[in-house]
Design a protein around this ligand. Structure first.
Ligand code: UTP
Length: 302
């Protein structure tokens, strides 16, 4: 069964971006001129996803508005002959079929995913965190659905991080599928670069206890059985229901793979990560590259 639905949790408090996130949803903060959320919805659509379910929260109504038509603005742009701008505005509401569910209280990423249970139904789905932005074509969702098509098992995106930073991340205990112990049971997968079979998951381990430096990044393809695990997951750190705890439970009855994705990742969950993403995306874009280079050359601050 192919992956056709994506869940994008966007109901968090965004505390690392306070005070702006007092009134502006973090997920709508822009990389240059488009919200982070748009980049991940585009990545989902490119990866073959037909329906995107965004989890939002009371007070974050701007998220739904962004993906809905805006008749007054569209009329004005049409009257003024602003075809380029009109196309950009219309594009946002046409990228994919988008629906919304509300997480009444920010009780954790796992809880946000569980909120989407009814909308997902009984099929595999991909979870995309909108503050992990990855530059690559094809995008990470397309890379991961290609793997899922071959494994029909859960796939989690991972990235090797410097060992001295592993205590900040969720880390996998995993064996490369090309490893001699696994190769015999995975003949069709041994050639798959960067693919590992997960044996365990640890949240924020001290460096000396970390089973690897492969940290979990915000893309997960999960089977619907994860919802039963989430229902049974008690609140963990900070009273939140953690997705990694539910995945650990899932491992008892299902295979999960870790996949080292191709691409450059930006941490859009904190201000400097988003600033870096904006600069690098602007340096890549034909319409902004020259002006940004010029701007950077002109900055001399002691
Ligand atoms: P983050 O931990 O990056 O977001 O969660 P946050 O909690 O909003 O931010 P900080 O840590 O306080 O700065 C990753 C994604 O999961 C969503 C967030 O909106 C973000 O897109 N999330 C998190 C939820 O939807 N609900 C939650 O209860 C927690």
């Amino acid at each position: 069964m192919p992956v056709k639905k994506a869940v994008i949790p966007a109901a968090g408090l965004g505390t690392r971006f306070l005070p702006v996130t007092k009134s502006v949803p973090k997920e709508l903060l822009p990389i240059l001129d488009r919200p982070m959320l748009q980049y991940v919805v585009e990545e989902a659509a490119e990866g073959g996803i037909e329906e995107v379910i965004i989890v939002t929260a009371p007070g974050k109504e701007g998220i739904a508005s962004y993906f809905q038509p805006s008749p007054a603005l569209e009329r004005r742009l049409t009257e003024n002959g602003e075809k380029g701008l009109l196309d950009k505005v219309l594009h946002a509401s046409r990228i994919a079929r988008v629906s919304f569910v509300i997480q009444e209280e920010a009780l954790g990423l796992g809880h946000a995913v569980l909120t989407a249970r009814e909308a997902v139904g009984d099929e595999p789905f991909v979870v995309i965190l909108p503050d992990d932005i990855v530059h690559h074509t094809p995008g990470v969702v397309a890379q991961m659905t290609a793997i899922f098509d071959r494994t029909q098992a859960g796939v989690v995106a991972v990235e090797p991080m410097p060992w001295e930073t592993v205590h900040n991340y969720g880390v996998v205990d995993a064996v490369p599928v090309s490893h001699p112990d696994l190769a015999a049971s995975h003949p069709a997968l041994v050639e798959e670069r960067g693919l590992h079979q997960i044996r365990g998951l640890v949240e924020k381990p001290p460096r000396e206890e970390a089973p690897s430096n492969l940290s979990i990044v915000g893309r997960y393809i999960l089977p619907p059985e994860v919802f039963d695990c989430l229902e049974r997951t008690p609140p963990g750190a900070k009273g939140e229901i953690q997705l990694t705890d539910a995945m650990l439970m899932l491992l008892e009855s299902a295979k999960l793979y870790a996949y080292e994705f191709q691409g450059i990742r930006y941490d859009g969950g904190q201000p400097l990560g988003l600033l870096r993403a904006s600069l690098e995306y602007a340096l890549r874009r034909d319409d902004t590259r020259a002006a940004v280079r010029e701007m950077l050359r002109g900055i001399h601050i002691e």
